[in-house]
Design a protein around this ligand. Structure first.
Ligand code: HEC
Length: 162
């Protein structure tokens, strides 16, 4: 160890300060959702990806304080819109569905949400845009395995007209 304890401590404090600063409102990427998703990225719009990546990477750290299913009273939700829960795939996707979920993007990209605490990094915002695009694409393609009665049990398939 060439580094004496005190200078290590000083370095640590400086580093912590730098990291705190660096975490402060990084630039918003110059992109916005379009609803276009490359076919090979469609998996990003599926419920599994939401649960396994989007919730732990983005929604849990930044939105759970207020927009979460286990928060029920207005006090617990800190006034957040009732029913808008980012731990719930359907809620996260269908909210503001008339504007194709751009409601989420418009709030987050203007740094209006989250209203307090740490804000998403540039990379995390990029991930959010991609998720919104692919989630929209999945919804619009009707490629939802969960939807009932979606199979061609009558054998009436498209191959009829060759
Ligand atoms: C500290 C609490 C808090 C956190 C954290 C928070 N929000 Fe909110 N959110 C609110 C409140 C309060 C409102 C209602 C007031 C308003 O519309 O500005 C709201 C409203 C919204 C709305 C508008 C819904 C509508 O009524 O049309 C969206 C979209 C939204 N939040 C998205 C998010 C997202 C995405 C995150 C995480 C990145 C987030 N919020 C984090 C408190 C929070």
């Amino acid at each position: 160890m060439t580094c004496r304890q005190r200078s290590c401590l000083t370095l640590g404090v400086l580093l912590a300060g730098f990291l705190a600063l660096a975490a402060c409102d990084q630039p918003v990427p110059d992109v916005s959702p379009t609803g276009q998703c490359a076919p090979e990225d469609l998996y990003m719009g599926e419920p599994e990806y939401f649960q396994e990546v989007m919730v732990p990477e983005l929604f849990e750290p930044y939105c759970a304080l207020c927009h979460w299913s286990d928060k029920t009273t207005p006090e617990e939700r800190r006034g957040a819109t009732p029913g808008l829960n980012y731990d719930d795939y359907d809620s996260a996707i269908r909210w503001n569905s008339t504007s194709l979920n751009f409601g989420t993007w418009s709030r987050v990209s203007t740094r209006n949400m989250p209203p307090m605490g740490r804000t998403p990094s540039t990379e995390e915002l990029q991930l959010l845009v991609q998720w919104i695009d692919c989630a929209i694409a999945v919804q619009e393609s009707g490629d939802d395995d969960d939807s009932a009665g979606d199979d061609d049990s009558a054998g009436d398939d498209d191959s009829a007209d060759r």
